[in-house]
Design a protein around this ligand. Sequence first.
Ligand SMILES: Cc1cc2nc3c(=O)[nH]c(=O)nc-3n(C[C@H](O)[C@H](O)[C@H](O)COP(=O)(O)OP(=O)(O)OC[C@H]3O[C@@H](n4cnc5c(N)ncnc54)[C@H](O)[C@@H]3O)c2cc1C
Length: 309
Amino acid sequence: MLDIKENVPLAPMTSFRLGGEAKYFVDVKTVEELKEALTFAKEKKVDFYVMAGGTNLLISDNGYEGLIIRMKISQAQVTDGLVDITAGTPLIKVVNFSAENGFADIEALAGVPGTFGGAVRGNAGAFGTEIGNHIDEVTALDANTLEIVKFKKDQCDFSYRSSVFKKNKNLIVLSATLKLTPADIAVCKAKVMETVMGRTKKGLQGAKSAGSYFMNPKIEDENLLKEFEQEKGVPARNKVVPAGWIIEKAGLRGKTIGGAQVSENHTNYIINTGQGTAENVIMLVSYVKQQVRDQFGIQLVEEVNYLGF
Ligand SMILES: Cc1cc2nc3c(=O)[nH]c(=O)nc-3n(C[C@H](O)[C@H](O)[C@H](O)COP(=O)(O)OP(=O)(O)OC[C@H]3O[C@@H](n4cnc5c(N)ncnc54)[C@H](O)[C@@H]3O)c2cc1C
């Protein structure tokens, strides 16, 4: 029997610690429970929204009038040489589990918060590693038909922070298999540890934020590209430069509106300083986008997802 709750505060379930209440809320631990939850939403004639770790999400202060389904289906195993993981498993567990079983390739994703399902849906990446590159097959539930659908890697349409699952809200990631390179356990574990320590040193892991707010834009302005390359001493790959570099150039480091701030540490992070509201974040984000557009003719696009606006 599903335990559907009403008027549930969502802010504590997000890394931003922002947002109002969900009219209906349920944790699902099995595929059957997920189907039941979807049926409930249909019967009540309300929308549903799948939420997982809440680490890439800005929820309106007014909350959400539908059913929030939180993915808690969590399991990891090795089957026929593939690492087989369900969507609600925290990504750090996936990284550790792979290392402990002697599989390399995804150590650089250590410290990316949230769940495996969220990472697959958004093709999470860090330090040149993207989860999509290591997928063998994804199993999803079609929320319209309640049928299970399988996607081989080349059907997943993975690109920079995107996938077929991001483009189609009705595809809910249930699990996926990873095809990873066998490697020495101790070496994998050391790489994981090194990555986690590197991230911890940056002092951003505990901040009330949703990680990088904007996607890194591709720019056409040759002078700006040259400036970036001279300043950083590295070429801009495919003309893409870090959003944070442009925000910094626009003079927005530390810019604050109410309780929302462009991080002093990392200019592509928007931080809730403690007293913030989602509205403050939206106002600051609009300001940042407008300044970057006016000063450089660049249209920043959000990596963070919005709910309830
Ligand atoms: C401090 C910090 C650092 C971060 N660093 C990085 C980084 O280095 N690289 C990076 O890529 N990201 C980073 N992020 C962003 C975030 O961790 C990732 O986007 C993560 O993969 C989101 O997973 P989640 O489970 O929290 O998803 P949520 O925030 O819960 O959801 C995000 C979106 O995915 C959808 N979704 C979630 N689960 C499923 C599912 N099973 N099926 C279908 N849709 C689903 C939701 O509907 C929502 O639209 C960072 C965030 C923080 C707070």
